[in-house]
Design a binder for this molecule. Structure first.
Ligand code: PLP
Length: 391
């Protein structure tokens, strides 16, 4: 079967990690993959997660299948997390990670929309692959202005005005990947109103709740859409904010006009989930539910999430200062304005190549730096190397 088949290209981000692993240089640094690392360069299991796992270990009574849609308690916690309240217009299905949620949304779009989805330029590379695999055509709307390193507000809103009714629009709720450029509350209200007026359906990708400002403040986009009365969807991922990457813990929440509409949406989510993965992996969802239902564990989790957030903010500032001290020509203040784990550094493909080949510093081709990959042990070296690349 395979003799005449060309090998598929490696995933641009995970492939970079493979290359990093096989690099024998002792001082190599991986700023590619979007995984949080602490100041020792580790991606730890959160204490709140460890404690929840202990509770689960003692109380778990079965490994039988989960319901197709996951546990109802998990769905309730997901809605409270993304909206602050449960909604009787919403139906939530537990999915394997945010990726599973996006794919499930893609299936719904394929069946019930114009089959066209608009994504920001740029966006997380996997978005296009996921939606293409679901049979959708993909269009781009302008988002980031390289000159100002901020939202290209005029072009963004002008494009959303032209999206035909029945199309879908993917929006990053916070910590836009890869640019770190987010919408303000006013801009979210404008976007939600446009969705209602123009009749397109938003899919809100919520993979970094708590990494921009806080769990509550980061919900602005989801709240604006809920208040607008629009039909929309939210793809949640708990990979980053609970550190549950490999547990594949996510959810798709569909919001319709009323409870009946939500029930119809649920029936189609279940039909599709049954085909895609049959029923979700239990462990991650049980951890999230255990933490969110327990006051002490919730408080612990919020403080651990806050510590991750703070370390990233401090590291952003240290990177911007370090580059400024080395006299790089670029004004690096935008790095501290960007939100989340990533800094869209402005490095060109050639500079990224130089850093990898000459300095063993791994960054994705777009110039997106995972700020959390910086530690006190490698920051100076990275600043020196980036300054040299930019000179
Ligand atoms: N959406 C965005 C913007 C992401 O950056 C990611 C992961 O990096 C995901 C979704 C998918 O998350 P998960 O690992 O839970 O599938």
């Amino acid at each position: 079967m395979w003799n005449n088949v060309e090998a598929a290209p490696a995933d641009p981000i995970l492939g970079l990690t493979e290359a990093f692993k096989s690099d024998s240089r002792a001082d190599k640094v991986n700023l590619g993959v979007g995984v949080y690392q602490d100041k020792e360069g580790c991606t730890p299991v959160l204490d709140a997660v460890k404690q929840a796992e202990k509770i689960l270990l003692e109380n778990e009574t079965t490994k039988s299948y989960m319901p197709i849609s996951g546990a109802t308690a998990y769905a309730a916690e997901v809605q409270k997390m993304i909206f602050g309240v449960e909604s009787n217009r919403a139906a939530t299905v537990h999915t394997p990670g945010g990726t599973g949620a996006l794919r499930l949304a893609g299936e719904l779009f394929k069946d019930f929309s114009s089959k066209t989805v608009w994504v920001s330029n740029p966006t997380w590379a996997n978005h296009k692959n996921i939606f293409a695999a679901a049979g959708l055509s993909i269009k781009e709307y302008p988002y980031y202005c390289p000159a100002t390193k901020a939202l290209d507000e005029e072009a963004f809103f002008a494009a959303l005005e032209t999206v035909p009714a029945g199309d879908c629009v993917l929006l990053h709720v916070c910590c836009h990947n890869p640019t770190g450029v987010d919408l303000s509350v006013d801009q979210w209200n404008r976007v939600a109103k446009l969705a209602v007026d123009k009749g397109w359906t938003a899919l809100l990708d919520f993979a970094y709740q708590g990494f921009s400002v806080s769990i509550e403040a980061d919900r602005a986009g989801a709240e604006a859409f809920l208040a607008s009365g629009a039909d929309f969807m939210v793809a949640s991922s708990f990979s980053k904010n609970f550190g549950l990457y490999r547990e594949r813990t996510g959810a798709l929440t569909v919001v319709g006009t009323n409870t009946d509409a939500a029930a119809v949406a649920m029936s189609h989510m279940k039909r599709n989930a049954r085909v895609l993965w049959s029923n979700p992996p239990a462990h991650g969802g049980q951890i999230v539910t255990t933490i969110l239902q327990n006051r002490e564990l919730s408080q612990l989790w919020v403080s651990e999430l806050g510590a991750m957030h703070d370390r990233i903010a401090q590291t952003r500032a240290a990177l911007a200062d370090g580059l400024a001290e080395r006299g790089v020509a670029m004004d690096c203040s935008f790095m501290t304005a960007q939100k989340g784990m990533f800094s869209f550094s402005g490095l060109t493909k050639e500079q990224v190549h130089f850093l990898k080949e000459e300095k063993a510093i791994y960054i994705v081709d777009s110039g997106r730096i995972n700020v959390a990959g910086l530690t006190s042990g490698n920051l100076d070296r990275v600043c020196n190397a980036v300054a040299e690349a930019m000179s």
